[in-house]
Design a protein around this ligand. Structure first.
Ligand SMILES: C[S@@+](CC[C@H](N)C(=O)[O-])C[C@H]1O[C@@H](n2cnc3c(N)ncnc32)[C@H](O)[C@@H]1O
Length: 178
């Protein structure tokens, strides 16, 4: 019977993976599933290092874009595989960007326009995405990133803000008075 492959951890150039303790996946929120803080988490805490699956740009356009999976993808720089020696057509531009699926908890962070408390960073070389807190986060708070300004869904936070749920002083605190 064969044995599992093993590496010499002292000589191999492995990338350390990490998930911070005390993260909760809550199943039934107005945004669907979401990641919440199960404890107070200080600013600049590394929350998770996620492996990334980079999609072929053609497959992404022709297939993934038509599925729900597309709602889970991030923009990612695209480097074509080494040329196989085929003909080069000057009219066919090779794309420089594509989409990537973030594995692990990375795909579970919801969007918040006003209350984002998590930032993310691409590690293109190692095909990883890292997430870290942008400020102190209180136990029970949802951990949210920013998806940018072009959303493909109705933002439940926007509805909450429009309905005036937000405390007036809290809103004033967010307006940049320069
Ligand atoms: C990357 S997934 C996040 C995880 C997702 N909530 C789930 O249950 O699988 C992105 C999707 O979450 C939902 N979502 C994220 N942020 C939201 C928000 N601010 N308002 C409403 N829906 C949101 C949308 O359906 C969006 O397409």
């Amino acid at each position: 019977m064969g044995s599992l492959a093993a590496v010499d951890v002292d000589s191999v150039d492995g990338v350390p993976l990490l998930r911070a303790p005390g993260l909760l996946l809550v199943m039934d929120t107005p945004k669907g599933r979401g990641v919440f803080a199960g404890r107070n988490i200080p600013a600049h805490t590394l929350l998770e290092v996620c492996p990334v699956l980079v999609l072929d740009p053609v497959e992404n356009e022709q297939h993934v874009r038509k599925t729900d999976l597309y709602n889970y993808t991030y923009n990612w720089p695209y480097t074509p595989p080494e040329s196989t020696g085929g003909s080069t057509n000057q009219d066919t531009k090779t794309p420089t960007t594509t989409q990537a699926v973030i594995l692990g908890l990375g795909s579970m962070f919801n969007h918040s326009t006003m209350r984002q408390n998590v930032g993310w960073r691409r590690d293109v070389k190692n095909l990883l995405m890292t997430y870290m807190t942008l400020r102190d986060v209180k136990e029970g708070e949802e951990l949210c990133i920013s998806y940018g300004s072009r959303l493909t869904f109705r933002d439940t936070d926007a509805e909450e803000m429009a309905s005036g749920d937000e405390d007036e002083n809290e809103m004033l605190g967010k307006i940049n008075l320069t």
